[in-house]
Design a protein around this ligand. Structure first.
Ligand code: MG
Length: 409
């Protein structure tokens, strides 16, 4: 009944609304959409869009509840029978079809993002062109990748050989940083909103001086270890009030950090702009924002230095390019967020290849030993970079046996 409702809604409200432009031959039409969830360090939600001739485009949606239902119950009836080459028109059609049900932000935009990426991959395969070519061509041969050295279990496992550790010691951070830099990464990032071993009420968003001193010593240890060889960034995950964020950033001034990420909650651009005015560190935010509309005030207010849209969340490849273009007019640089599988990562690489204002993209799966095995062929990440592939679409072929092996049940 739910599917009937969705199909009827799509048929009655949107099929007539968007009459596709006519062309002599627009090739095979969209036949089906599906999702498969891979059990990585996050539930990586792979999206497939299949054309009538059997060609399959792959995308990835940010891990979120409800994505499968939105794609199969709502977007499938909207897209089946359409030409996959009209990616931008179909993006607008999907957005219109979910209007009033979350297509401006949140899980609706996330589902649309996953499908959009799959449509670009499918269009590229049907036209035998890489996605970057369809977007205007590439500006670089390779994209720099930074390593998220996730504090907590992952860092403890790699640095302390599986020992349980609840207190995050500066020397453990330094060891984890050295391991990542020795693996070829020129930028490493650490979570800094971690326990110091003292019991405090974190809900207040307030850190007292000993907590701030613990964070300062963590950064000092990492910089002493790798500061001459690499850049170091820290992530605060929106956990602090502006007063604590200011004191913490001041304690880190002079350390030479590449950036401080999400020091305060993400909603209030005025508060972020005021923090930027008060502290002498480079600030980054953006992973919790959607579409160019969600980035506009952040960009126009010049509230941070670096922007971190997440391609499988913010609207997909073309929408993130539009965010980048808007940011370019304020001389702002993108460092896209990415916690995904190789599919999300290569979607971000394709986007990154086409914009001038890209510095690096995130890699968040150092603890997942089979991340590279999901793709047929050589490892994607070599010496802290990913080469922009010239193969059609996203430029990768998934190893479906490995995907199925790790499918979340
Ligand atoms: Mg982050």
């Amino acid at each position: 009944m739910y599917e009937d409702f969705a199909s009827t809604l799509a048929a009655t409200m949107w099929a007539d609304y968007d009459e596709p432009p006519q062309r002599a031959d627009d090739g095979p039409k969209i036949a089906d959409l599906e999702t498969i969830v891979v059990d990585g360090n996050f539930p990586w939600t792979i999206v497939t869009v299949e054309a009538e001739d059997g060609t399959i485009g792959i995308g990835e949606a940010y891990p979120s509840p409800g994505v499968h239902e939105i794609i199969t119950d709502y977007l499938r009836p909207v897209l089946v029978g359409e030409t996959p080459l009209d990616v931008e028109r179909l993006y607008n059609l999907m957005r219109s079809s979910l209007s009033g049900r979350g297509s401006q932000w949140g899980v609706g935009t996330i589902a649309i993002s996953g499908v959009e990426i799959a449509l670009w991959d499918l269009a590229g395969k049907l036209l035998d062109q890489p996605v970057y070519q369809l977007l205007g061509g590439k500006m670089r041969e390779e994209v720099q990748v930074y390593a998220d050295c996730h504090a907590g279990e992952a860092m403890v496992t790699s640095a302390d050989e599986g020992q349980e550790e609840t207190t995050y010691k500066p020397e453990a951070y330094a060891r984890a940083a050295r391991l990542a830099v020795d693996d070829g990464f020129d930028i490493v990032k650490f979570d800094l909103d971690v326990p110091s071993g003292r019991e405090i009420d974190r809900k207040s968003g307030h850190f007292d001086p000993p907590e701030i001193e613990h964070k300062r010593r963590v950064v000092e240890a990492v910089m002493d270890e790798v500061g001459a060889d690499a850049e170091v960034a820290v992530d605060l995950h929106w956990n602090f009030s502006p007063e604590t964020a200011e004191r913490l950033c001041r304690a880190l001034e002079g350390a030479g950090l590449a950036w401080v990420e999400d020091p305060i909650p993400p909603e209030n651009v005025d508060a972020m702009r005021e923090l930027k005015r008060r502290v002498d560190v480079t600030l980054l935010t953006g992973e919790n924002r959607y579409e160019r509309h969600g980035f506009r005030d952040l960009i126009e207010n010049q509230a941070v230095d670096f922007l971190a849209p997440d391609v499988p969340k913010a609207g997909g490849i073309a929408e993130t390019k539009k965010i980048a273009n808007m940011a370019e007019s304020y001389y702002q640089t993108l460092i896209p967020h990415n916690i995904g599988s190789p599919v999300a990562t290569m979607a971000t690489v394709q986007l990154g290849a086409t914009i001038p204002n890209l510095y690096a993209i995130e890699y968040h799966a150092r603890e997942v030993g089979w991340w590279e095995d999901l793709v047929v062929g050589e490892d994607l990440i070599q010496d802290g970079t990913i080469e922009v592939p010239d193969e059609p679409g996203l430029g990768i072929e998934l190893d479906w046996d490995v995907v199925k092996e790790h499918e979340k049940q």
